[in-house]
Design a protein around this ligand. Structure first.
Ligand code: FES
Length: 280
């Protein structure tokens, strides 16, 4: 038996917004009865182009009904631009979580929303443009790639939980594995580089590094503009300096201190450095 949250049980037993809007602005249908789950979503916009009403009809298990009900509640009041940012994770989170084996129900909700928005815009979400990877459940490479990316999936089993692909004869497993490998490689390349952690410095190391950074990075740049800087004192992470030359009477000296001197010391010495000016 699956462990369902109280919210899932509530939305299953008392689903909100069941039905179909007759003169809907957008409608989308995904899944198929043959595959065990199907969902039809319709929505109506108000004069400010916000979703005034959203209704669903679904054929599926408790999670499919609860996910569809949650989806309609989440998107009501949103513009289409806001609604299209809703992810399957948002649907699952709204319900206090879904068993991982049932995450495909939240994905189905997200897909129905995409199709309905595309329908409103006169666009088509054409399955024919993509390769069907899992013939048992009619799941395309595009759907699998999206599920891997949006949910950080790592195994074929997880892909099955989120998309149903691979949950039948198993012939598609090698293709799913290849897609996981390809997408995860792309995700690593796209991830922002992890900043190497600055190592903890002793007081003497910190003082030396501050002096070096001032001499190498900061003083030459200020001198080039007719200014200069003297190190007055260091207390913990506080660095007291005196601006000299043109810098001492420059109206933007505060900006120079914070945005140039302090940021350079943060970059090369420690993120905790704070610079303060000592005036004569
Ligand atoms: S082709 Fe995917 S499970 Fe059969």
């Amino acid at each position: 038996m699956w462990e369902y949250t109280d919210k899932v049980k509530d939305h299953f037993l008392n689903p909100r917004n069941v039905g179909e809007i007759e003169d809907a602005d957008g409608s989308g249908e995904v899944g198929s009865l043959a595959c065990g789950d199907a969902l039809r979503l319709t929505f109506k916009l108000d004069e400010r182009k916000r979703i005034k009403d959203a209704r669903f009809k679904t054929f599926g298990c408790a999670s499919a009904i609860a996910s569809s009900s949650a989806l309609t509640e989440i998107i009501k009041g949103k513009t289409l631009e806001e609604a299209e940012k809703v992810t399957n994770r948002d649907i699952a989170e709204y319900l206090g979580g879904l068993p991982e084996e049932k995450m495909h129900c939240s994905v189905m909700g997200k897909e129905a929303l995409e199709v309905a928005i595309a329908n409103y815009r006169g666009e088509k979400v054409a399955k024919e443009d993509f390769e069907i990877v899992c013939k048992c459940f009619g799941v395309t490479d595009n759907e699998i790639i999206k599920a891997i990316r949006e949910n950080d999936l790592k195994t074929v089993e997880q892909v099955t939980y989120y998309t149903k692909a691979g949950g039948g004869c198993g012939h598609c497993h090698p293709k799913i594995e290849a897609l996981i490998e390809q997408v995860r490689k792309e995700m690593v390349k796209e991830a922002p580089p992890v900043k190497p952690e600055k190592k903890k410095l002793t007081n003497i190391q910190k003082i030396k590094l501050i002096e070096e950074t001032l001499g190498r990075e900061i003083v030459p740049a200020l001198k080039a503009d007719g200014g200069d800087i003297d190190l007055v004192d260091i207390e913990g992470n506080k660095v007291y300096v005196a601006l000299r030359g043109k810098c001492s009477f420059c109206p933007s000296s505060e900006v120079t201190l914070k945005q140039y001197v302090e940021s350079k010391l943060k970059e090369f010495v420690s993120d905790e450095i704070e610079v303060e000016e000592v005036r004569p």
